[in-house]
Every structure is written in C-alpha cells, then in structure tokens.
Design a binder for this molecule. Structure first.
Ligand SMILES: [Zn+2]
Length: 214
C-alpha cells in the first residue's frame, strides 16, 4: 500500500516584501494544501501551510519559518484559498463502496428470505451444518444443502459431502458449479420442517439461499 502525505499549491502571490536572506524581490508565496493520498488517489485534505521561495536566492521557507512580515502580506494578498474538491476523492469512493455493499447485502437478504418462504427444488442453501444438521466440526462448519423435494410442512434436503471454513467457500462451490458434480451430495434426503428453517434463518444459521434458474 502506497500511503503518503502530499502537498499541492492551491494559491500563489508575489510579495512586495523583500527577501529576508538576499534583500531582492520577488519572493513567491504559496498556500500549500496538504492531503493524505493512498495508492496515488487523494483521500482527504489535511491542513494548509504557507510557503515561500525567493526568485533570486532560492531560499525556501514554510510554516513557522516564515517571518511575520511575509505572513502578514500573504494573509492580505490571499485572504482565502479553497480546498480542491478532488482531494476528497478517496473519502467519497469509500462512502460509495460501503453504500453499494450495504445495498447488495440487502438485496441478497431479501432474496434469501423470499426463497426460504417459497422453496423450489434445486435451491442451494449455505448453512452452518453444526447448528442446522447437528454435525460437522466447528472449524469446517459451512456446508451446501440442495432442496430435493418440497412438502407442505417440510423441505427435503440433500447434504453436501464437503465442509468449508467460511460461508464464502461454500458460496464459491455453488458459483463455480462444484455442486453439479454427481458425487457432491449425499443420497439420503434429510427432511426439515419449514418452521424450523425459518427459525434457522432468523438465527443466522442459514447464511444464504441461491436460486439458479438454468
Ligand atoms: Zn533571496
């Protein structure tokens, strides 16, 4: 990660006050806007500092090094300097990404609730097998279940042969099509009452339901 503090001149003026080092003119003054940058993207602005360079002897000064006469003239010549909006780019991106993530999470949650209420054969459930089936190790506890039959009060599931450390491992198996292999699921159907499935969903033991219409 390339993170650094950078500075950009956002206003400039030529001072009539002579250089404190060589006595010549002009001394060129800048308002520097410091900002935090990550991976070359400006993220958010920090403070502003005054800086000067003598056009003749090249003496450079910044911040508290500036003599009072320079500071007074800069304040008069540059009464205000706006922070460029692009310096908030990273901050805005993060806010947008978080918003998008929450939006997608919400849609997934709504889909999952809808699928659990109206199940269809071949829906894939990612579950905490430790809680839902009372099996599996606590470390590799995520498993894929496939809806094999739908009864009025219960759903018949086939349990996957494989356990995963994270729910994303199980989701990936669905997305990559691993679950379509003949030997992915055990052949014994496990009936679970619909009321119990709803309770499991509320408790978070069913982490997602994927419906593939192909
Ligand atoms: Zn000078």
């Amino acid at each position: 990660m390339r993170a650094e503090i950078r500075a950009k001149s956002i206003a400039t003026a030529e001072l009539s006050t002579p250089c404190i080092s060589c006595g010549n003119r002009p001394v060129v003054a800048h308002i520097l806007q410091k900002y935090y940058s990550l991976l070359w993207i400006p993220c958010f602005p920090l403070r502003k500092v005054m800086a000067t360079e003598c056009a003749h002897c090249k003496q450079t000064l910044s911040g508290k090094e500036l003599p009072a006469a320079y500071q007074a003239e800069i304040s008069t010549q540059i009464p205000s300097a706006r922070t460029p909006r692009y310096m908030f780019t990273g901050l805005v991106l993060v806010v947008l990404l978080v918003g998008l993530f929450i939006y997608i999470e919400n849609i997934n949650k709504q889909d999952t609730a809808r699928y659990v209420t109206a199940p269809q054969v071949n829906d894939f459930y990612v579950v905490d097998a430790h809680e839902v089936l009372g099996m599996g190790q606590t470390k590799y506890k995520y498993e894929v279940l496939r809806v094999n039959s739908v009864q009025p009060d219960s759903i018949g599931f086939l349990a996957g042969n494989y356990q995963y450390q994270s729910e994303y491992g199980a989701l990936k198996a669905i997305q990559d099509g691993d679950v379509k292999a003949d030997d992915y699921f055990l052949k014994v159907e496990i009936p679970i009452e619909k009321t119990r499935i709803q309770a499991m969903l509320v408790k978070g033991y069913i982490t997602s339901v994927t419906r593939n219409n192909k």
